[in-house]
Write a protein that binds this ligand. Structure first.
Ligand code: FEO
Ligand code: CA
Ligand code: CA
Length: 639
């Protein structure tokens, strides 16, 4: 989901100075890098100066063309199976009705709308992780309330508010592969003792340094320790102890702000009317005038243990409060847990949390608290190709009572303001982060930023319409390091664009607005795009077709188009079975109209339904859905 407003009016640098065009050959660039020099000069080429030089897996499929039709296309030899669409029962619940006439209570037992980040957790069978039986955790980022109700948003009511809230959150579903050979298909296990829906009304615990703080207390929760619901669940992360992290992104849009918002509210994009959800009309928690602190209880990372269906999810406040896109977890060499975090809004920041204590596979209770104690840092990308992680810790880097932060809880609740103060680098909408499974290099999508007016080192294009992918290597190959070397992996674009500044430097198939980013176990980089409805097929994107998914080789830099989606959708959410022979992918908001809300009173308006019918193609409402992609020969997908 896009929120194109800008909330960051801080004076932090854009690094408009100093860009030296590179001319050094690759060998010299590598030497420069080893000496800690020169990678800014390397970055415009998008060459693999940082990448590991060997061990990259094969990418052998024949790439597909751009497409504008209303289907999913994959390379020859692959199949895409529909698994779980909006309204499908998560367990033994009621079936979807074609007119969307299901009640709010029924929606609470069915797939939510707008599938996003996702992960496959395998069962362990015969002592090995199963590739045919697992739990899928799936985020449901937001709703199109024009599609959600038979008559859309007309006569907005308490019942519609409840249904909208119940179509948010997360699904946990149990899935298995049945049948033989290519006749086999994935299906949901129904009923399942693991399946559950977590919604915008489910009780969640609040833990970590901000739990119980005065700003976290409300009329309903005088202790500041329990909150109803999670919203705007965008991308995700997975912990070494087998839990799922779900990230609250555009939470601000659910709140009706004050006519005159405070400076802190403005910094978090809390405005009158929000994004038009109208929940506040029937649930006073979402009306800032009625309950000023409820908004402080959203914008966090939520940990869910899929194996304990009775356990309440947990908001982990040590990871900071902002528009969380992703929470990508890796381990430092000494076993401390490192979480890379992004704040997806134009000119916002990249973050890194480092736990105080070490992961210990033998101590599950100890691991459950690892994300509550540690240090949150924010990234500064310098023009010389170096960068630093700046601690957001009370008493350090000018963060204290004198600068307006009473304690660590306040630094975490007002993370953006703390990051402003320490001099973080304003980025072009950071989305997903992926860590190379062998080299430890970190890659991050910067999806676009049309509002940038001047080049800056790590964000090198003004009016960044197509976005880019940045990467860095932590010093000493230690994920917990305080500094790093960065370069730009690729500048996205259309090589046929009339404006040379928008052509990019892709080696392979054209794309723009990269959003999802993920390494498979062997080290292929999967790139999922989210060109907004307003830009799809517009002047800049006229040759790039529908949103797509590509596969990149981070050593050669070559990128091939693997999948194109139906009209109006974005591609987001990706995971694989351990044998890499089943790939799970989400199609979000197929048939979306520009602006994001359908009008059932005028369904043919814009590009919306029923002209767009994915996945049924029978004239029904378009539905976000999880797909499973496999090869007819049973081979590794993407190889
Ligand atoms: Fe929910 Fe930034 O995408
Ligand atoms: Ca996204
Ligand atoms: Ca996006």
């Amino acid at each position: 989901m896009d929120d194109d407003r800008v909330s960051n009016s801080s004076a932090n640098r854009h690094f408009a100075q100093l860009f030296v065009a590179p001319s050094a050959p690759v060998a010299m660039r590598r030497q420069l890098l080893q000496a800690g020099l020169g990678s800014a000069a390397l970055s415009f080429l998008g060459l693999p100066a940082l990448a590991a030089s060997s061990g990259q897996p094969a990418i052998g499929f024949t790439p597909i063309s751009v497409a504008n039709d209303d289907v999913v296309r994959v390379p020859d030899g692959c199949t895409a199976q529909l698994l779980y669409a909006w309204g499908d029962p998560a367990s033994a619940g009621p079936a979807f009705l074609a007119d969307a006439g299901n009640s709010a209570a029924e929606q609470a037992e069915q797939a939510g709308m707008h599938h996003d980040g996702m992960h496959f957790f395998p069962f362990v069978e015969n002592g090995r992780p199963s590739s045919t039986h697992g739990l899928l955790c799936i985020n449901h980022e937001y709703t199109d309330d024009g599609l959600l109700h038979p008559d859309g948003m007309a006569a907005w009511s308490h019942a519609k508010t409840l249904k909208s809230q119940n179509a948010h959150g997360v699904s946990v579903i149990e899935v298995e592969l049945g049948g033989n050979g290519m006749d086999s298909r994935w299906r949901l296990v129904r009923p399942s003792s693991y399946a559950r829906r977590i919604t915008a009304r489910t009780p969640l615990r609040i833990v970590g340094p901000a739990a119980g703080a005065a700003a976290m207390r409300t009329r309903e929760d005088r202790r500041g320790e329990v909150v109803f619901g999670t919203v705007a669940n965008c991308a995700m992360g997975v912990t070494p102890w087998g839990t799922y992290l779900s990230c609250e992104e555009n939470f601000n849009g659910y709140f009706n702000g004050l006519a005159q918002p405070t400076a802190d509210q403005r910094r978090y994009g809390i405005h009158p009317g929000g994004a038009g959800f109208r929940w506040h009309e029937h649930d006073s928690r979402f009306d800032v005038a009625s309950e000023p602190n409820e908004v402080n209880r959203f914008g966090w990372v939520v940990e869910i243990d899929p194996w304990r269906p009775a356990q309440a999810p947990v908001k982990r406040t040590a990871l900071g409060r902002f528009k969380h896109e992703c929470a990508t977890v890796t381990l430092a060499g000494d076993g401390r847990v490192v979480v890379y975090l992004t704040d997806d809004e134009a000119f916002e920041y990249l973050y890194k949390f480092v736990s105080r204590d070490r992961f210990d596979a033998a101590r599950p209770a100890h691991n459950a608290g690892l994300l509550d104690v540690g240090t949150l840092h924010v990234g500064r990308f310098d023009a010389d190709g170096r960068g630093r992680w700046l601690a957001l810790r009370h008493g350090d880097n000018g963060l204290g009572v004198n600068s307006g932060f009473a304690d660590q809880a306040e630094i975490l609740i007002r993370t953006r303001q703390a990051a402003d103060l320490v001099g973080a680098t304003k980025m072009d909408r950071p989305e997903w982060i992926a860590v190379h499974p062998h080299s430890g290099e970190v890659y991050c999508t910067l999806t676009n930023n049309r509002q940038r007016r001047s080049a800056a080192a790590a964000n090198p294009r003004p009016e960044n319409v197509f976005g880019h992918i940045i990467r860095w290597r932590e010093d000493g190959a230690d994920a917990a390091a305080g500094s790093f070397a960065w370069d730009v992996f690729v500048l996205c674009g259309d090589p046929q664009h009339a404006d040379p500044g928008k052509r990019g430097n892709i080696r392979g198939d054209a794309f723009g607005s990269p959003d999802g980013l993920w390494f498979d176990r062997q080290g292929r980089l999967w790139i999922l795009t989210d060109v907004s409805g307003n830009a799809l097929n517009g002047q800049d994107y006229q040759r790039l077709g529908n949103n797509q998914m590509l596969v990149g080789d981070v050593v050669s830099g070559k990128i091939r188009r693997f999948l194109t989606g139906p009209k109006g959708c974005e591609i987001t959410g990706i995971s694989q079975a351990p044998d890499a022979r089943s790939l799970f992918v989400n199609i979000q908001h197929p048939g979306e109209v520009a602006g994001g809300r359908s009008n059932p009173a005028a369904p043919l308006a814009g590009s919306g339904w029923p002209a767009n019918q994915f996945p049924e193609a029978t004239g029904g409402r378009p539905r976000s859905a999880t797909l499973v992609i496999r090869r007819r020969d049973g081979g590794i997908v993407g190889s």
